[in-house]
Design a protein. Sequence first.
Length: 52
Amino acid sequence: MDPVVAQVTICNLQAGRYDDSLCRNTTPIQSQIFPALTLTAAQVLSARLRLE
């Protein structure tokens, strides 16, 4: 998570290497472990900011 540039980086392990994907604003986060997850990058970042 990088609240300064308002993006969330998702890392997926593929064939022993990590592939990164960036999610910004209203881009839905796609998780291989939690396929039913329906959060956007903005929702994650706003929750993170409230915890500080």
